[in-house]
Design a protein around this ligand. Structure first.
Ligand code: ATP
Ligand code: MG
Length: 551
């Protein structure tokens, strides 16, 4: 799973190996277990694992679990499953929370060096004192506490003597720094919350910006790859490494986030979709989560190939979701068997076909991959065709079925529409057709030609199936760039899911969850693992055959 195209991060690694700065590349993928992974995370996963792989290095899966309020073991498990499913094996499984003791000692070291102090200001006051981009901040009145007092207070914070928010530990840097992130950032807070890993052992937790560089250094990470919004944090990252006297000195390198059109990829927003039951869980096939994409039918190869194709740059980029769809079509083209399914059925009786007769016809499983062989499909007097493939009063250039017209049934015969049967309300409920036995597919018949070929399923052996067709969940193309004022919930596509009851070929009966097929003319489908039962097959449309949707 290498990526042979070059990028600026790879160039840095090559240089560091050549200069002897490092003799081994160590990267990590550091998710916070506060939600399921999404397609944006896949970019970070592919980048970290494939870069290390290329230099025979190592990659850790590290849970950045420093905020117990939002974290949960359910997320830890789903993240592990998703990374594995994408095709990656981590060298070490790490939890930031396993380093809490060491982080505490490093904070004490900062206090002893006069580089950290306990502050009693409230969160609001701290914000007020911080200043703005144009105005310097002000020193907290608690900034000049003695080392002894700070050591005592910090120990008592740990011992649980104070309530949430009563005190924080701050780095003592410079309240007038042009970089706001260096204006005495908070490095520890009090939170009397049970942690998924450490239970009730701690009631103070390190802040992300303090914890992250320590985690990287503890693990010997050489290149700490993160998204571009952390660029302004880099000076503090380096400050922590230096003043905490970490032996390993990881280098933070930022790259641009991957966004997709018509997609939100923020865990907070995705969680909202789940919590407000707008979707059927984190793995809803419309979700851009790895688990949702898996359930929809995307393959790990298609996701990896897609990511490898997106550039590694310093700017956030929004990529057309149709590019992702292109890669799954490419991946399934030769792998997925072709079959016929009728998703909106209309019955056809072939009046001149002998009653009670069933014949078995040959159908290629994949004309582009002959190795996939041939199957037998039944044909008889009664079949289903697609409702859309018939029009009573067709416009010009309609080549499918209409009264008096002849079409080819894929893998079978020509049929001609002789009669239209309607119910009392005038709805078409059945067609009467005749077939021409001379036109059997594959017998070399070269007589007259027809312009339309339609698909069908023999009616008496057909297997009922549910088809779920999807459109983008979000109507706005640049959903992820919206300012937070405009709720993305106002942009939800009311037609993102359409459920239809139809039929598939009898040989599909044994299909298993996650089997993938190309239904003739309809696109690629995946057997849904959640709703499929022994009695009912449910197919998720992964993509149609051509990029088609226009909103
Ligand atoms: P979200 O905004 O969805 O909550 P996050 O950055 O807060 O994402 P983390 O769990 O911290 O989520 O992410 C783990 C890693 O994945 C980080 O290194 C982060 O930079 C990276 N990552 C997250 N989203 C994207 C994205 N859209 N494109 C590229 N990398 C991403
Ligand atoms: Mg984050």
């Amino acid at each position: 799973m290498e990526n042979h195209t070059s990028n600026f991060i790879k160039d840095i690694m090559i240089k560091d190996l050549e200069s002897g700065k490092h003799n081994k590349i160590i990267t990590r993928f550091p998710p916070e277990p506060n939600g399921y992974l999404h397609i944006g995370h896949a970019k970070s996963i592919v980048l970290n694992f494939s870069l290390a792989d290329e230099f025979n290095g190592e990659t850790n899966l590290r849970f950045d679990d420093t905020n117990p309020l939002k974290e949960d073991i359910e997320y830890v498990n789903s993240i592990k499953e998703d990374v594995k499913w994408l095709g990656y094996e981590w060298d070490n499984l790490c939890f930031a929370s396993d380093y809490f003791e060491e982080m505490y000692r490093r904070a004490v070291l900062l206090i002893k060096k006069g580089l950290a102090y306990v502050d009693d200001l409230s969160a609001d006051e701290i914000r007020e004192y911080r200043g703005t981009l144009t105005e310097p901040g002000k020193n907290s009145p608690y900034r000049d506490r003695t080392v002894e007092e700070n050591l005592d207070l910090f120990e008592r914070m740990r011992a649980g003597e104070f309530g949430n928010g009563e005190k924080v530990l701050r780095a003592k840097i410079d309240m007038a720094s042009p970089n706001i992130n260096l204006r005495d950032p908070v490095i520890y807070r009090i939170s009397h919350t049970t942690h998924h890993n450490t239970g009730d052992k701690w009631c103070i937790y390190p802040m992300y910006t303090f914890a992250h560089p320590l985690e990287d250094a503890i693990e010997g990470v050489t290149h700490s790859i993160c998204t571009i919004e952390f660029e302004d944090q880099r000076p503090f990252y380096n400050w922590v490494i230096e003043h905490c006297e970490m032996e390993n000195k990881p280098q933070q390198i930022e790259f641009g986030r991957l966004n997709l059109t018509n997609t939100v990829t923020s865990k907070r927003k995705l969680k909202q979709l789940v919590d407000e039951k707008i979707v059927d869980g984190w793995d809803d096939p419309r979700m851009p989560t790895i688990s949702g994409m898996r359930r929809r039918g995307f393959t790990p190869e298609s996701i990896r190939n897609f990511i490898q194709e997106t550039a590694v740059t310093k700017h956030n980029a929004t990529v057309d979701v149709q590019m992702l769809e292109h890669f799954v079509r490419e991946d399934l083209k030769l792998k997925a068997p072709r079959t016929m399914g009728v998703i909106n059925p209309l019955k056809v009786v072939i009046t001149n076909y002998p009653e009670g007769q069933i014949e078995l016809l040959d159908a290629e499983n994949n004309p582009e991959n002959p190795e996939m062989g041939v199957r037998k499909i039944p044909f008889s007097r009664e079949i289903y065709i697609e409702r859309d493939d018939f029009m009573e009063n067709p416009p010009k250039k309609y080549f499918r079925l209409f009264p008096g017209n002849e079409v080819r049934l894929k893998h079978a015969y020509f049929i001609k529409c002789e009669e239209v049967i309607k119910d009392a309300d005038g709805n078409v409920i059945e067609l009467r057709c005749t077939y021409d036995p001379e036109t059997k597919s594959g017998t070399g018949f070269t007589g007259r030609k027809v312009k339309g070929t339609i698909h069908w399923v023999e009616a008496t052996h057909a297997v009922p199936a549910e088809f779920r067709l999807y459109e983008p969940l979000i109507l706005d193309e640049s959903a992820d760039d919206q300012d937070e004022e405009k709720s993305f919930l106002d942009m939800i596509n009311p037609h993102s899911l359409e459920v239809l009851q139809g039929f598939v070929e009898p040989n599909m009966k044994e299909s298993m969850p996650h089997d993938k097929f190309q239904f003739f003319r309809h696109g690629y489908f995946n057997v849904d693992p959640k709703h499929t039962t022994v009695d009912k097959l449910v197919f998720n449309r992964i993509v149609s055959l051509k990029s088609s949707f226009k909103l």
